[in-house]
Design a protein around this ligand. Structure first.
Ligand SMILES: Nc1ncnc2c1ncn2[C@@H]1O[C@H](COP(=O)(O)OP(=O)(O)OP(=O)(O)O)[C@@H](O)[C@H]1O
Ligand SMILES: [Mg+2]
Length: 352
């Protein structure tokens, strides 16, 4: 048994030296990880690209851009969260990304084989459900894409079990709760097997339990290799994100990591070394407080506790976990890595 293990280990070591990618692919196959997930790590592939995209609503007179000069690329397997205050242009951008709207200027391009490439899930599930029963609703979408009857049932049952609605396949839609309706919308999107699922504040009408359930389903889809674009105003939901894109007045004002969004551009290791209280969020506090009138009209909220990360400057209050972590940092405690969720905060505090 031991010899066998050593042989295998030496084999992996040797082949890793010669062919690192191949070795990891073999290893991953041995432990049952899907190939597509490996491809994500080794070959970042741009699925969606927006170049200098602007948009004005014809019904708004057509001369005022509500989305301005957006440059954005989404990679396969990413989870990108889009945040911004009411009216900042998130939903308009979502529709541009999904090509439901055509850009007034600039271009949106897709680089993927899947059809449909992208499916949207909106705030209000009732506006997206057409069928009388759960199963019927799933069939509508598939019929539109010419999927055969035999495949339909199989896909419908698979999607329903993924979202936890398998027992409700024949239930009338009217008997579902708000959260269950939103889960049905996710299933209706999954049966079409898109590469990208875009949630536009899909949890905002739900209670905390249903919100958690929808987020858990989305996280599972992401683990299975789906690309997720998640629009939200709930900053605790940023903990799911690899990347945060913040909108303000129709333009991107931040595109970076969640940690950077909450703590500024300083890295974890820098924070662990630096406990100088006059420095917060990568910005000099004195400079932030005496920022030019232009800055204060652009980002009207000044830092409360000396922090001036993008989160504050957009007028958002960071979640409890981030506020607590910042207070600890300001007391001189070293938190590494910087937490963005309560679970991570617990881990960081335990490690003190
Ligand atoms: N059909 C429309 N015609 C004209 N203007 C519109 C239309 N829909 C939205 N707008 C305007 O476009 C701007 C961006 O709206 P959008 O719905 O994209 O913002 P949002 O960030 O999604 O807001 P919310 O957080 O409230 O959902 C707003 O000023 C809004 O008034
Ligand atoms: Mg919106």
């Amino acid at each position: 048994m031991k010899i066998d293990f050593h042989c295998k280990f030496s084999f992996y070591l040797l082949t890793y030296y010669c062919q690192p990618r191949l070795t990891i692919a073999i290893l991953a196959q041995t432990i049952g990880i899907e190939k597509s997930m490996i491809a994500v790590n080794f070959h970042p592939q741009t699925l969606i690209e927006l170049e200098h995209v602007s948009f004005a609503y014809p019904s708004g007179g057509g001369d005022t851009d509500v989305v301005t000069d957006i440059n954005l690329s989404i990679q396969r397997g990413e989870w990108v969260t889009i945040v911004g205050s009411n009216g900042s242009g998130k939903s308009t951008l979502a529709k541009l990304i999904a090509k439901l709207f055509t850009a007034t200027r600039g271009a949106v391009s897709y680089h993927m084989q899947e059809r449909p490439p992208i499916q949207l899930i909106f705030q209000n599930p009732d506006a997206q459900i057409i069928g009388e029963t759960v199963y019927e609703d799933l069939c509508f979408g598939m019929e539109n894409y010419g999927i055969s009857r035999e495949i339909m049932r199989e896909r419908a049952l698979e999607a329903l079990s993924k979202v936890g609605l398998a027992a409700h396949a024949d239930a009338p839609v009217s008997q579902l709760s708000g959260g269950q309706k939103q889960l049905l919308c996710i299933a209706a999107c999954l049966v079409l097997q898109p590469a990208v699922v875009l949630f536009d504040e899909a949890t905002s009408m739900l209670d905390p339990l249903a919100r958690t359930k929808i987020a858990a389903v989305a996280q599972q889809l992401h683990r299975e290799g789906k690309t997720v674009i998640w629009i939200t105003q709930w900053l605790d939901e940023l903990a799911y994100a690899d990347r945060v894109v913040a909108l303000h007045n129709g333009g991107i004002v931040f595109d970076g990591s969640t940690k950077e969004f909450f703590y500024g551009s300083i890295s974890d290791s820098d924070w662990a070394e630096r406990t100088d209280r006059s420095y917060a969020g990568g910005l000099d506090i004195a400079a932030a407080e005496t920022s030019s009138p232009n800055d204060s009209t652009e980002f009207h909220h000044l830092p409360r506790d000396g922090w001036s990360s993008c989160c504050e400057r957009l007028g958002f209050v960071p979640p409890y976990s981030v506020q607590t972590a910042r207070a600890l940092l300001q007391q001189g405690f070293q938190l590494d890595p910087l937490p963005v969720s309560t679970t991570q905060l617990g881990q960081a505090v335990r490690a003190l």
